[in-house]
Design a protein around this ligand. Structure first.
Ligand SMILES: N[C@@H](Cc1ccccc1)C(=O)O
Length: 457
């Protein structure tokens, strides 16, 4: 028993036992042409009906046809002119003008008239000349081939400008199984009906995760901050109390923009104070080194620049974006990837509070078991690392680095309140959520994967 939509039932109701033209179905069913079109598509897809397409030809009179309708066919006019007896061709020419030629051609060929040295006489009286019937039937309107006698029509079709033809495609609808049983009482929509698989546009899986992280931050009351991808070494390293001979500042870890020295990147006061902290701890400090432009190696440069510029008493801010590291590409490393970074400052922020925010944040982005581990960053003290348990791989993976900014970072920039900060790779989170083991998968543009990738919880 087929469960069908109301529209389908109405169509089946009128094609039981006989085929119908699609064009007649709106009248027969009371459906709109649009509903009929849809219903036919559904029924065809369900293999309940067959649709046969044929061409129907519509005929109208052309210029010469209309002229014949008004004044009769040229050969008829000629024969009428001969009814009273034979005539001289010159006289006829005066009377009939341009139509005399074609009229003589046909009438002579058919033996209706004869021509003896320019004297024309009628040989035979013909009641209905070929084509006269068709011209009458079409008249000034139009007609389909069913209403016409094809032999009569054909004589006119071969003459120029008598008949105009227009092709219409018509669809004849027929039931495949004449005995089909339709339940006329059941529900209107069959939610289990097969439907073709479609692949509507979707957001890239990585962008989906980025959007989700952004939403989690916003829900926790954070405001988004942004920064440029190219930065002075000053903001990427020096302001973050990273010594100028630190290994991270080596060419094999960082992409330097060759020959581009940053200028006006900080105020003289900021440069004086930051360099002061460096000199006090490690001796000589080079302004040229601080000027070297780098592709930012982390989003923490956006955080510190924001804090130095705004010096907020209280703030919750976050940034998301691309970072670059001169690393060998592998299943877990890309040279270009994304980081998420959060920062909180206020009169009474604490390390405990930082851990609380982390737990809330991970819960919101759907990560499971997490734990904290002590670690080291040049700019935070204490420093922690969160690890998240990857159920599928059965192992702990590093997630965010975090800590409280050292006074050597905050004091030179006039930041008075304690600052909590954390940051880490977005691809890593996305790998856990999408259950993939190779980070390169996000950038392979594998359509099959992009179409079917689903986040696992
Ligand atoms: N910038 C660190 C993370 C971090 C951010 C903020 C504070 C401490 C650590 C990284 O790249 O991994």
């Amino acid at each position: 028993m087929q469960v069908l939509h109301e529209i389908e039932k109405k169509i089946i109701g009128v094609i039981r036992g006989e085929w119908r033209f699609e064009a007649d179905l709106p009248f027969l069913t009371g459906l709109s042409p649009d509903q009929v079109r849809r219903g036919i598509q559904w029924l065809k897809h369900k293999d309940i009906i067959t649709v046969n397409e044929t061409a129907n030809i519509e005929f109208r009179l052309g210029k010469n046809g209309l002229e014949a309708l008004a004044n009769k066919l040229p050969e008829r006019r000629l024969m009428n002119a001969l009814k009273g007896g034979q005539r001289n061709i010159r006289e006829l020419k005066k009377e009939l003008g341009g139509v005399l030629g074609p009229a003589m051609g046909i009438a002579l060929r058919e033996g209706w008239i004869s021509n003896k040295n320019g004297i024309i006489s009628l040989e035979k009286n013909v009641d209905k000349l070929p084509g006269e019937d068709t011209i009458e039937r079409i008249g000034e309107g139009n007609a389909f081939i069913l209403n016409l006698i094809s032999k009569d029509l054909d004589t006119l079709r071969s003459r120029p400008n008598f008949i105009i033809e227009k092709k219409h495609m018509v669809h004849a609808i027929e039931l495949k199984d004449k005995e089909i049983k339709v339940d006329f009482k059941t529900k209107a929509i069959d939610v289990e009906a097969d439907a073709p698989v479609t692949h509507p546009a979707r957001v890239h899986p990585l962008n989906e995760v980025i959007a989700e992280i952004r939403e989690a931050f916003v829900a926790l009351g954070f405001t988004e901050i942004t920064g440029s991808l190219a930065q002075s070494s000053f903001w990427n390293f020096d302001a973050l109390f990273t010594p100028q001979d630190h290994p991270a500042r080596e060419i094999q870890d960082t992409f330097f923009l060759e020959g581009i020295q940053s200028s006006n990147f900080a105020t003289p006061g900021q440069i004086k104070n930051v360099s002061g902290a460096h000199k006090k701890n490690w001796g000589p400090w080079s302004l040229d080194e601080a000027r070297r432009t780098v592709l930012r190696t982390h989003t923490t440069c956006t955080t510190i620049k924001y804090l130095a510029e705004e010096r907020p008493d209280e703030a919750r801010a976050f940034s998301l974006g691309r970072v670059f590291r001169n690393e060998k590409v592998s299943y877990k490393h890309l040279v270009e990837f994304h980081q998420a970074e959060g920062v909180v400052t206020g009169p009474d922020v604490t390390l405990r509070g930082l851990m609380g925010i982390q737990e809330e944040f991970y819960k919101r982005i759907g990560l499971g078991k997490t734990k904290f581990w002590p670690t080291f960053f040049p700019y935070t003290e204490p420093s922690l690392q969160t690890m998240v348990y990857n159920e599928r791989m059965g192992k702990w993976v590093e997630l965010f680095g975090m800590g409280i900014f050292r006074p050597e970072v905050t004091r030179p920039l006039g930041i008075r309140r304690p600052v909590l900060a954390w940051g880490g790779g977005i691809e890593r989170i996305a790998m856990i959520k999408y259950g993939i083991d190779d980070v390169r998968e996000f950038y392979n543009n594998d359509l099959d994967w992009l179409r079917t990738a689903e986040k696992c919880r």
